[in-house]
Design a binder for this molecule. Structure first.
Ligand code: SAH
Length: 532
């Protein structure tokens, strides 16, 4: 066996049943640093959005109608990534728990055989969490002293001399024992076979009046519970059009769901909304829409990149295509000796500066004796993470505030260096005309969206636009927007509305140009009938 240290390490991670809040802390930590994420169909967009944005995202579980990667190919793929990427973190992300009908064991065996190191990160299984979100405890004193998790779909379809033989259920399920079992029965993957399963259980003596619930898309904003009895199971599935993913839970505990269904139907439950904003701004409105029940697909339209190495301002500009955008004159960190004060105006600036400083072979000792200024508390805190305390932070956290403060505290001889992004305005230079500016990072329109995000956008109910530039960027990136995708948009203000109209969107516009007003409008639209 080869030394496994030469390989990447594979983490078999349970993503939980859908609600990203149910991902474990361990799972999240690994996903945030993963180099590759190999994920299944059941993993929700909310969990995928927590993955390292730079990770290679590999979808091995296309929708049933599309080609699905075979289990044997997935096993090989994991080994291949591990071998080809020494030192890499390879996340194998599965719905629920990886070892509960997740074929995680098969993947682990393959990794062992290839000498690849791995770790299992258990997940919250749908078998227990989905009933819990419907207010059904799988065990309850006096009602059920055991619960049993059963697959309702035994194996994959087989292909025999070119003919597909559909998966059969009932070959090895011991219905006699199951029918006698007094505990709660939870069936995964069983919706298509439930008619058969219910009939067999009744034939073997299980009470036709046994309460039963189907819970569809549990823990997501699309969760739905449908109650029935063993006797009416098949008919209910057809009448209510219960579709996968869903679990079936049988037994007396189901009755408790009538009193314990704690999850409220929220105004935006069941709506998938795309929120397009600059990465940092998005979270405010996203959090509010999520709290109102929507599934939010956040799509930042811009990204920041380190300018490596940093360069003098004016010589390189990331976003414009002006003719001066030709020569980048890199700075030498040695030149820092020519400055007395370093001023930072953003956390991005701090991160990019120190990343590049370290990459150049220097370290913070190069800053010995210099005064450090920050535009505000957040930037100040970021500097502290790099072991730097600030000497100057203005009361009012603006460029103007910092300019006024520095003008007051420094003397004419002080040599000031501003470390900023390419889009920083000239406010500080107006106050400090002798200062020098280095560009340490640049802001660019986002180049591409991962597949899962494109797919989520294509199936969204509407897009939320907070500026005309968001409309422009969105329309240029999502140019291959699926034909069936919704063209409904919620816009903040008339300017945004005009841009959205120009790009062929139907528009609902907030009365005022505030986030409050926009959120209110969205709720009104969905609660007062979609023609409000
Ligand atoms: N490893 C997973 C189960 C994989 S089998 C786990 O531990 O949860 C896939 C089946 O899980 C689906 O067919 C469905 O029965 C169930 N399932 C997974 N997520 C679900 C969800 N959010 N709501 C309802 N059922 C779900």
């Amino acid at each position: 066996m080869e030394n496994s240290n030469h390989f990447g390490k594979v983490y078999l991670i349970g993503a939980g049943p859908g609600d990203p809040g149910l991902l474990t802390v361990r799972g999240k930590t690994i996903l945030e640093k993963a180099d590759v994420v190999v994920y299944d169909r059941l993993v929700s967009p909310g969990v995928l959005s927590l993955c390292n944005p730079k990770a290679k995202m590999v979808d091995v579980g296309k929708m049933p109608t599309h080609h699905k990667v075979k289990q044997s190919e997935i096993n090989k793929l994991l080994v291949k990534f591990a071998i080809e990427m020494p030192g890499a973190t390879i996340a194998r992300l599965k719905g629920g728990d990886p070892f509960v009908f997740g074929r995680g064991g098969e993947e682990a065996l393959e990794l062992v055989a290839a000498g690849v190191e791995f770790e299992v990160v258990p997940g919250v299984t749908s078998a227990i969490a989905v009933p819990a979100y419907a207010g059904i405890p799988v065990s309850h004193r006096g009602i059920a002293t055991s619960f049993h998790i059963i697959t309702g779909h035994e194996r994959e379809d087989k292909v025999d001399s070119g003919n597909v033989i559909p998966a059969q259920v009932g070959i090895s399920l011991d219905f006699e024992t199951l029918a006698r079992c007094p505990g709660t029965l939870v069936f995964l993957m069983g919706i298509g076979n439930m008619n058969f399963i219910a009939r067999r259980l009744m034939e073997c003596g299980k009470d036709p009046n046994t309460p039963l619930a189907f819970i569809e898309k549990g823990t997501t904003p699309f969760q739905r519970t449908v109650m029935a009895t063993l006797d009416t199971a098949g008919k209910t599935i057809a009448r209510e059009n219960v579709t996968a993913p869903a679990i079936t839970i049988m037994g007396g505990v189901v009755e408790l769901g009538k009193s314990l269904a704690w999850r409220k139907n929220l105004p935006l439950s069941g709506k998938r909304l795309v929120v397009t904003r600059a990465a940092k701004q998005a979270s405010g409105i996203s959090a509010r829409l999520t709290a109102l029940g929507a599934e939010v697909i956040e799509t930042p339209m811009i990204e920041t990149r380190d300018v490596f190495p940093c360069c003098h301002a004016g010589l390189r500009s990331g976003i414009s295509n002006s003719s001066e955008n030709k020569v980048a004159e890199p700075v030498e960190f040695e030149d820092l000796k020519n400055f007395d004060i370093l001023a930072f105006t953003s956390t991005n600036g701090v991160e990019s500066f120190f990343t590049q400083l370290l990459a150049s072979g220097n370290d913070i000792r190069i800053l010995a004796g210099k005064k450090i200024a920050s535009v505000g508390k957040i930037t100040e805190k970021k500097l502290l993470e790099y072991g730097i305390r600030c000497d100057y932070v203005p009361e009012d956290h603006t460029g103007e505030g910092l300019g006024l403060l520095l003008r007051e505290v420094v003397d004419d001889e002080s040599r000031i260096l501003l470390l900023q992004g390419n889009l920083a305005d000239d406010t500080l230079l107006k106050f400090l005309p002798k200062a020098t500016r280095w560009i340490v990072y640049e802001t660019l329109p986002i180049a591409e969206l991962p597949d899962w995000k494109r797919e989520a956008i294509a199936s969204a109910d509407a897009v939320v636009f907070a500026s005309s530039s968001a409309v422009e960027n969105f329309s240029s990136i999502v140019s291959t927007h699926s034909e069936n995708a919704s063209r409904l948009s919620f816009c903040i203000g008339r300017m945004t509305e005009a841009s959205a109209k120009k790009h062929g969107f139907e528009t609902i516009t907030s009365d005022e140009t505030t986030m409050d007003s926009l959120v209110k409008k969205i709720v009104e639209y969905y609660t007062m009938g979609e023609n409000a």
